[in-house]
Write a protein of this length. Sequence first.
Lengths: 259, 261
Amino acid sequence: MAQLLTVEGISKEFNVRGKKVLALDSLALGMDHGEFVTVVGPSGCGKSTLLNLVVGLLPPSAGRIVFRGRAVNGINPEIGYVTQKDNLLPWRTLIENVELSLEIRGVEKSVRRRRAEELIDRVGLNGFEEHYPHELSGGMRQRANIIRTLIYDPELILMDEPFGPLDAQTRIVLQDQLLKLWSANRKTILFITHDLIEAITLADRVIVMTSRPGRVKHIAAVPIPRPRDVYQIHTSREFQEVYERLWRELRPEVIMTEV
Amino acid sequence: MISRGRLFLYRLLFGLLLLALWELTSGRLIDPFWISSPSRVSVYLWQVISDGSIFGHLAITLYETFTGFFIGALAGISSGFVLARRETLAQILDPYIVAFNGIPRIALAPLFIIWFGIGPNSKVILVVIVVFFLTFFNTFSGVKGVDIELKNILRVMGASERQILFKVTIPSTIPWVTTGLKISVPYALVGAVVGEFIAASKGLGYLINYNTSLFSTTGALGGILVLALVVVLCNEVINRAEAYLLRWRPREEVRTERELF
């Protein structure tokens, strides 16, 4: 079967104050249906740029992106995008934010309300439906950000460090919830993080990127069976092995960025 | 935080204190010819209210203020929206808008009277000009300041440009528009009254001007008091409308509490 997504040697150049900066350099990767892939790399390696290219917000300078056998050209509404900043509409209540995409698609009010309530329930936000974003904690807002993307059931979901701004405990709880949501309907997820533990905990495969210009440096499968216990997983031997292997690849890149 | 009832009480006490000081000063330290007194003003107001003569003036001034306010706000908000979304047009018009806005409104008032007569029309036009610029600039910056990420999120969800306009651009511009409207109200009233000062045969501005020309400080201060009351009432109405429209925004206390804990 053909892959759901293939990124074929894309490069992206930006003009920063008259100077050309290469953010991504002939990056290639492929994703199968239902796969959970995480991408780790040093900060500034072009991870977010990669997602902006895949979703079609930016055109690549070279190369192409093929989604379901067709080259991506402009924004693709079959791809969901969970940004690092929650980007909830501040004038809408939690439930109105979750319903937004269905509203755009013209889904009937009672149907979208029911779908939204169901998802709100699944991530334990019940009781907060009528709260405005400023009345919610960072973790609650990020949960809302994720379920408002899940609600319209995009084939591929991109996640840009969605748990980055959260504290360590909240992160683990949300990782657990994300895995449960994902195993319920097995959508394809491309998840970016700078946290190697998070990358291994969640993924079927982990991709390590080089420092700028970003390229794929290494790809490792994570042979840990599912369902996984996110609270315990890092103590297992398989985890340690994968972690050490990936860290050996990632370390020089991180150090290069520091210098 | 002070309770609402207490706040009202303290405000009332402060007002009574000012009136008492005024009453005591008048006739003891300063000749009432210059500053009248609360008792004299009350008698005057009672008289113009009971014979109904004040209402005609009040009605004219309110008519000029609100007709001008609505036309000016509508024109200002729509121009702000259009220009913020038409980059080139905005650039072409920019120096003209700045120049026109720089003209003191009071300099235009006599011209408007020449063009539109001494009736309410010339004052309405003056108010329109005043309100137009205040709402225009606010709306313009509001539309310019819409978060591009929010728009992109909706694009990714498959929203049309029209849906983005109604679901992102307009709601996120509302705080700016309400600010524009809020500051416009007192200016609109001032515009109408200034117009009446220059030439009119009716209106609160005319009444104040007329009483001043007769050296009746009681009449002038009475008119000014009515004007002040109108401003306070309008402000109250706008504050409530704003609180309703912007109920999604964090209030100041909520924000500081978050930072502390």
